[in-house]
Design a protein around this ligand. Structure first.
Ligand code: MRU
Length: 358
């Protein structure tokens, strides 16, 4: 998708310099900085500090992290150790482990000169596949938006939480892909963008990327969605996910659950968009999902740009107050109208997912 009118993807390999390039998302929307990752440590750090974030992009970065590990040392034991460190770098998004496992499986038993090119091809394949899947999510989700528009014959108001946009994937996004497809088709869309405290991915990233594609959007405080739904100002909600269990329970950015409850109470359809790499077929009980707890600094301090165009961090809480920062919650399947995947739209249930994917 576009930034300043130029098409970008969120991650790519620079053959000439043999480095991975990313857009540093910690600096958006105020500064657009392309950063180079030249070691597996750089990849781990980029995931931990959220220079890259969003489940599919974390997976893509981890895949390239393995390429960088191979570049450093072709010994399989070293690569395996790096893969464990990569998996630990963020716990909740299943795409991370999925991508690392896929890379390790591909490299198992290969100790020839070809190992680097095999790793690079697989990382590229993981990213290309994600782009294709996200595009298909858009084509499938478009039907839902079209249906609402055909009935309403007026602007479709869509509420989204966090950033499940193209910046969270390789391209297109998951939740935003149907929105981009509808916009390209000329359907009038307006997006309510949840600010998404504490890190403000909605305000800093979703609104930013929608602006760049000229899609009307309004940032709202996280608690505003409820009243908007009561007033009939939301036609549908659509969010992404970091891990969806095979029973249809959806783990996503903290606050998603409360939005789903409000949607349920107001008969607003609540959709979750995901590629199959985000399905966890192993964990059966949502209580077993590792929920990341991040530093409380993310709550007590906010970052912005000052009058000298410098990014500044300021304390907004009483200095003696304690804060707690759980990064994800789980929305039970019963509150999810349907899952939008690359293979089609299905009920958030084991049978629904099994029909599409097994
Ligand atoms: O903590 P983040 O910014 O990585 O959380 C991102 C989300 O919760 C997204 O909704 C999710 O990863 C889906 S991305 C297509």
């Amino acid at each position: 998708m576009k930034i300043n009118g130029i098409e970008y993807k969120t991650i790519w390999f620079n053959e000439e310099k043999q480095v991975v390039k990313i857009i540093d998302q910690t600096k958006l929307p105020h500064k657009f900085i392309i950063k180079e990752l030249s070691s597996v440590k750089d990849a781990i750090n980029a995931i931990k500090t959220m220079e890259v974030r969003g489940a599919p992009l974390i997976g893509g970065t981890a895949a390239y992290g393995i390429v960088l590990a191979v570049q450093e040392n072709k010994d399989l034991e070293f690569i395996k150790k790096c893969s464990e460190e990569l998996i630990q770098s963020r716990p909740t998004a299943i795409n991370l482990k999925w991508a690392v496992d896929r890379m390790i499986k591909k490299l198992a038993g290969i100790n020839s000169d070809k190992i680097l090119s095999i790793a690079l091809n697989e990382a590229k394949e993981i990213c290309d596949e994600d782009e294709k899947f996200c595009k298909n999510i858009g084509i499938n989700g478009l039907k839902i938006i079209e249906e609402i528009y055909n009935k309403k014959k007026d602007t479709v108001n869509i509420l989204t939480h966090c950033n499940a946009g193209w910046l969270a994937t390789i391209n297109w996004g998951t939740a935003t892909s149907p929105i981009y497809h509808a916009h390209k088709k000329g359907i009038p869309i307006h997006v309510w963008v949840d600010e998404t405290r504490p890190r403000n991915q909605g305000a800093n990233l979703t609104s930013y990327e929608l602006n760049e594609e000229e899609i009307p959007n309004t940032i709202i405080a996280d608690n505003t969605g409820g009243i908007l739904m009561q007033r009939g100002e939301v036609d549908m909600c659509i969010v992404g996910t970091d891990r969806t269990l095979s029973n249809g329970d959806v783990c996503n950015k903290i606050g998603t659950y409360l939005k789903a409850l409000a949607a349920h109470d107001n008969n607003v359809p609540f959709y979750v968009a995901l590629p199959s790499s985000t399905i966890d077929w192993d964990i059966k009980d949502a209580k077993d999902i590792p929920i990341e707890e991040r530093n409380s600094d993310e709550l007590s301090h906010v970052e912005g740009i000052d009058e000298n165009n410098q990014i500044k961090k300021v304390l907004i809480y009483p200095s003696k107050s304690k804060a707690m920062n759980l990064a994800f919650d789980v929305t039970p399947a019963k509150y999810v109208t349907a899952l939008i995947t690359e293979k089609g739209i299905t009920k958030a249930s084991f049978d629904g997912l099994k029909k599409l994917f097994k």
